[in-house]
Design a protein around this ligand. Structure first.
Ligand SMILES: Cc1cc2nc3c(=O)[nH]c(=O)nc-3n(C[C@H](O)[C@H](O)[C@H](O)COP(=O)(O)OP(=O)(O)OC[C@H]3O[C@@H](n4cnc5c(N)ncnc54)[C@H](O)[C@@H]3O)c2cc1C
Length: 395
């Protein structure tokens, strides 16, 4: 690798980029972290961080800062399927709670932690070009022509990643957007639970966040995007009417912010090549219905930091270390990805799933296990293993 000002330039400073820059800087690597945004700032995303994501924040020494913002711990998930509701604890003894910190708080905490670890930070920095020499990425050019060089450039720059586009990162397991979701924040809608409601062709979720507000996100199939675009709130209220007690609660509450809508494509991208790597949504995007993106970004950042440390220190060849990163990412994320695509189809549960749901209703250990499946604390392979299902039904 050639002489460069930086070991690593990270493009994008939110849930994937800032933790990666922090971890690399903690290892002593010269790290530049750039983002076109300034912080604190919001982004189009809800922000449920499941217990495995909270565990990463704790490992990094940042969970106390997150809880100090006043976002409440969430130790109970409920899944209302209409005739049956399953409610259980989503975490483990090490990490019992989920949190839903506003991104204005969370992303700023992550950015400041990268700076405190020694990463150089440039906000309001638009990367206009990714530079390459002889097939190897070597740096970036920002607006105004400023050029920076590094041994590796990491795209933590989200779904429209300029790094992924420039290198032509190949996509696999691609599926077009399945749902469209709209969210906002309500006051006077108290809950201490992450509530998920599932109806044929419809779904919504409710979670407490900062400032005594409650996040509500609801959605329908992407194919219905145009049909409801001009009357989103009415469509949401019609959907809420299928859960009368929730309808009554939200009718007594006040929406405090505008409704924001989004839909996302589903894909994996090859996350590395000569002089470049991808992390977070730049490398892997899935429907938001299972709220896994932030936790995935955190776990990816840890894996990539480990791989880059191996490669940059010379302990392992670059292609081997980064190939290992891709293999670990895919092994962890693919089963959850497939489960997410299934849930995002918004179809009623098939007969086997319907039997499982009604068979475990009211059995607390089994409902806890179901909550852990949905929080990502337990893998689908472990949960759906026939002997485990048998145990849960008998519990
Ligand atoms: C509606 C919705 C709801 C969601 N709800 C949840 C949820 O509840 N829980 C959950 O875990 N996940 C959720 N997600 C997913 C989650 O938002 C993402 O997975 C996560 O934010 C990805 O983080 P990231 O750092 O990879 O990318 P991003 O958050 O997209 O950050 C990319 C950064 O790169 C910067 N950037 C991009 N291009 C450039 C450039 N050329 N130059 C400089 N900077 C650049 C951007 O400014 C941005 O700050 C949701 C997503 C959506 C759309």
């Amino acid at each position: 690798m050639t002489d460069s000002t930086y070991d690593v330039i990270v493009v994008g400073a939110r849930c994937a980029g800032s933790p990666l820059a922090m971890l690399l800087a903690r290892h002593g690597y010269r790290t530049l972290l750039v983002d076109r945004a300034t912080f604190p700032s919001d982004t189009v995303s809800t922000h449920v961080v499941h217990p495995p994501g909270a565990a990463a924040l704790r490992r990094w020494g940042l969970l106390d800062q997150v809880t100090a913002t006043g976002c409440p711990p969430v130790g109970r998930y409920s899944f209302d399927f209409g005739p049956v509701t399953l409610a259980g604890a989503p975490g483990t003894s090490d990490s019992p709670y989920a949190y839903a910190p506003r991104r204005t708080h969370l992303d700023k905490i992550l950015l400041d932690a990268a700076g405190a670890a020694g990463a150089e930070i440039r906000e309001d920095f638009v990367v206009e070009e990714v530079l390459a020499d002889d097939g190897r990425v070597t740096g970036i050019r920002g607006a105004g022509g400023v050029t920076e060089r590094s041994r590796v450039v990491v795209g933590a720059d989200g779904r429209n990643s300029i790094v992924a586009k420039t290198v032509g990162a190949a996509a696999y397991e691609e599926v077009p957007p399945l749902t469209v979701g709209y969210y906002s924040y309500w006051s006077n809608l108290p809950t201490d639970t992450f509530e998920a409601y599932s109806r044929p062709g419809r779904g919504w979720a409710v979670c407490p966040t900062n400032d005594d507000r409650t996040l509500v996100i609801g959605g329908w199939p992407h194919a219905e995007l145009a049909a409801h675009r001009d009357h989103v709130e009415e469509t949401l209220m019609e959907m809420f009417a299928s859960a009368p007690s929730f309808l009554e609660r939200i009718r007594g509450a006040t929406r405090e912010e505008r409704l924001v809508g989004s839909s996302v494509p589903n894909y994996f991208r090859v996350p590395f090549g000569p002089g470049w790597a991808l992390v977070g949504d730049a490398g892997y995007s899935r429907d938001f219905i299972t709220a896994q993106g932030i936790t995935d970004a955190f776990l990816d950042a840890e894996e990539l930091a480990r791989a880059l440390d191996e490669a940059l220190s010379g302990r392992a060849p670059y292609a081997e270390a980064l190939g290992d990163y891709q293999a670990r990412r895919d092994a962890r994320a693919m089963p959850v990805y497939r489960m997410t695509l299934g849930i995002a189809s918004l179809q009623p549960p098939d007969e086997q799933m319907a039997q499982l749901v009604s068979g475990i209703a009211g059995k607390q250990p089994a409902m806890d296990a179901f909550a852990r499946l949905n929080s990502g604390a337990t893998s689908p392979a472990e949960f759906f293993a026939p002997e485990n299902v048998g145990r849960l039904l008998a519990s």
